[in-house]
Design a protein around this ligand. Structure first.
Ligand code: GTP
Ligand code: MG
Length: 373
């Protein structure tokens, strides 16, 4: 049995198999694959080549696996964690306003043209004393990939639909993302304070899409709300908690942190600022972190209000200073014990990325990225 990581080069594979790289290349050729010395090989190619030389392959863990393995922690190490809830829906239907009401803040007023441009991450304590982590997504059609990403790290999706409007394209798309990700949905039928609001019509439109709400005998929870007056918002949060209780969400807080990058940017004064969602383990100041192609030591951490924090446990969004660059939203992150290991993986990912972008210099649309995620 040969233990390898995915994407090693033909040269490295030759060394592991104790054969010359020319043997690898000619073997590949006879199989109809053309590889060069430094070309990185995917899992399929490695398996086929190793098989030719009489080896079975066992792939060592990737970060993606580690996160997927959150559930395989020892049962006694797992403790309850807060739900991660993504708010999705058509542009202007009131997603940010709903979050503003829940957080008692006014993000909408600071936004350019009132349109959310990025995923905002917040954590909130409900009046009943439960923590919920929220992700706000843009409704604009250009942000498909972000909604898909949001759906991926989510436990429960709130689909906001304005009751003075209809089920719109981005409403449908949000529903679709949640369904593809297998995430339970709760419909928040918003703007019911408006005189022309017609929540009944929205429920009818949902029923026509085979999404029957609970009060009509279906399985989907829905709540009429007004993000402006706050009507129904408490009830909505109770429904979120009910839905997440069923999921029995748990994580091991006593291990190296793993999670997902929400967004990253370069701040002139502070360097690279990366917002991440910790999904398991606990992130601490001084930890060596690898996120996508970048690594670094956590210099400082801030919560969504800009307050300094020393650590961040499961289901906590946090801003991190100290990375060597800006990872992509949706990249996974993980804490390493060895700086060298983190740096090496970062470097090899960067190289793979460079090679791939040389090979595929074609224009990729946002929609395609959304589908890939
Ligand atoms: P994007 O981020 O652009 O997708 O929009 P959004 O869904 O976050 O909508 P946003 O919260 O920015 O609200 C859009 C507009 O609707 C704003 O002018 C809000 O004041 C208004 N609005 C939101 N909720 C309500 C509500 O419950 N009642 C009324 N009357 N107006 C609301
Ligand atoms: Mg918004």
């Amino acid at each position: 049995i040969l233990k390898v990581t995915e994407f090693i080069s033909a040269n490295d594979l030759a060394a592991l198999l104790d054969v010359s790289v020319n043997q690898i290349i000619s073997t590949c050729m006879s199989l109809g694959m053309f590889v060069s010395i430094n070309q990185r090989l995917d899992a399929e190619a490695i398996t086929i080549i190793a098989d030719e030389f009489g080896y079975d392959v066992e792939f060592t863990k990737s970060i993606e696996d580690e996160i997927a393995e959150v559930e395989t922690d020892e049962a006694e190490d797992l403790v309850e964690r807060a739900p991660i809830v993504t708010i999705m829906g058509h542009v202007d239907h009131g997603k940010t306003s709903l979050l503003d009401y829940i957080r008692m803040s006014k993000v909408t007023e600071d936004e350019a043209g009132g349109i959310t441009q990025h995923i905002g991450a917040y954590d909130v304590m409900t009046k009943t004393g439960h923590k919920i982590a929220f992700l706000d997504t843009p409704g604009h059609e250009a942000f498909t990939a972000m909604r898909a990403r949001g759906a991926k790290i989510t436990d429960v999706a709130i689909i906001v639909i304005a009751a003075d409007d209809n089920i719109m394209p981005q409403t449908k798309e949000a529903i679709n993302h949640a369904q593809v990700a297998g995430v339970p949905m709760i419909f928040a039928i918003n703007k019911v304070d408006k005189p022309n609001a017609n929540p009944h019509k929205i429920k009818e439109e949902l029923a026509n899409m085979n999404l029957l709400v609970e009060e009509w005998g279906g399985k989907y929870q829905s709540q009429d709300i007004s993000a402006k007056t706050g009507q129904g918002v408490e009830d909505l949060l109770e429904k979120v908690l009910l839905e997440s209780e069923i999921l029995e969400l748990k994580a091991n807080p006593d291990k190296n942190a793993v999670g997902t990058v929400i967004e990253a940017s370069l701040d002139k004064g502070r360097g690279y600022v990366t917002t991440i969602m910790v999904q398991a383990g606990t992130l601490q100041i001084g930890d060596i972190i690898l996120a996508g192609q970048h690594h670094g030591r956590v210099k400082a951490m801030f919560d969504h209000k800009g307050k300094k924090v020393k650590e961040a446990g499961p289901s906590t969004p946090v801003q991190v200073l100290g990375l060597s660059g800006a990872p992509q939203a949706g990249d996974t992150f993980k804490v390493y014990d060895s700086e060298r290991e983190a740096r090496e993986i970062a470097n090899s990912r960067e190289q793979i990325q460079r090679e791939q972008s040389l090979r595929t210099k074609k224009h990729i649309t946002l929609d395609e990225i959304g589908r890939r995620l």
